[in-house]
Unconditional design. Structure first.
Length: 178
């Protein structure tokens, strides 16, 4: 009697792969384990006795691997701290300068013709874009990456350059967006 088993988990549920498994059915004869999604050739045993020996060795391996996995989990619980990219610091300074310059222009150009509510709006935008958002960018806050990306997407064309920079892999890693 021939017994097919998965070399990864020892399951007997080995079938020909389907398209959902990433296998083109009919073109390949790749076998897939339905329990652990292992793709490849199964182990073929001649007797039930050999299969049970294999399962026993797998259970011993699982016990030792669980021990090592728990030790690795204890070590890996510390979050990885990435160094702040220099471009993020420059971006924060540019945002502060831009907001201060915009308030100066609104004051000089608009003068006294601007209503009180419009000044409240300008001051609110100033606080967000010159204080809160640069602080979040420099500290590597996830919300600052998201909010800054939205703000830069709306401020065309120069904002698209900043948006492109925010989507670089090392910058995304700094903000925890990997």
């Amino acid at each position: 009697m021939e017994i097919k088993a998965c070399p990864n988990c020892g399951s007997r549920r080995i079938f020909q792969g389907r398209m959902g498994d990433g296998v083109l059915t009919g073109y390949t004869s790749r076998n897939v384990c339905r329990d652990c999604n292992y793709q490849g050739m199964p182990i073929i045993f001649d007797s039930e006795k050999e299969y049970k020996k294999f399962l026993e060795s797998k259970s011993l391996n699982k016990k030792t691997s669980k021990k090592f996995k728990s030790e690795r989990k204890k070590e890996s619980k510390k979050p990885i701290k990435y160094e702040r990219p220099f471009g993020v610091t420059i971006l924060a300074f540019i945002m502060i300068f831009e907001a201060v310059f915009a308030i100066f222009l609104y004051y000089k150009v608009g003068g006294l013709n601007i209503t009180t509510w419009l000044w409240i709006y300008y001051i609110t935008i100033f606080v967000i874009s010159a204080i809160i958002l640069p602080y979040g960018l420099v500290r590597g806050k996830s919300w600052a990456w998201t909010f800054g990306g939205m703000l830069f997407a709306l401020s065309i064309p120069i904002g698209l350059i900043f948006l492109y920079y925010l989507t670089r892999p090392h910058v995304k890693a700094y903000f925890g967006k990997t």
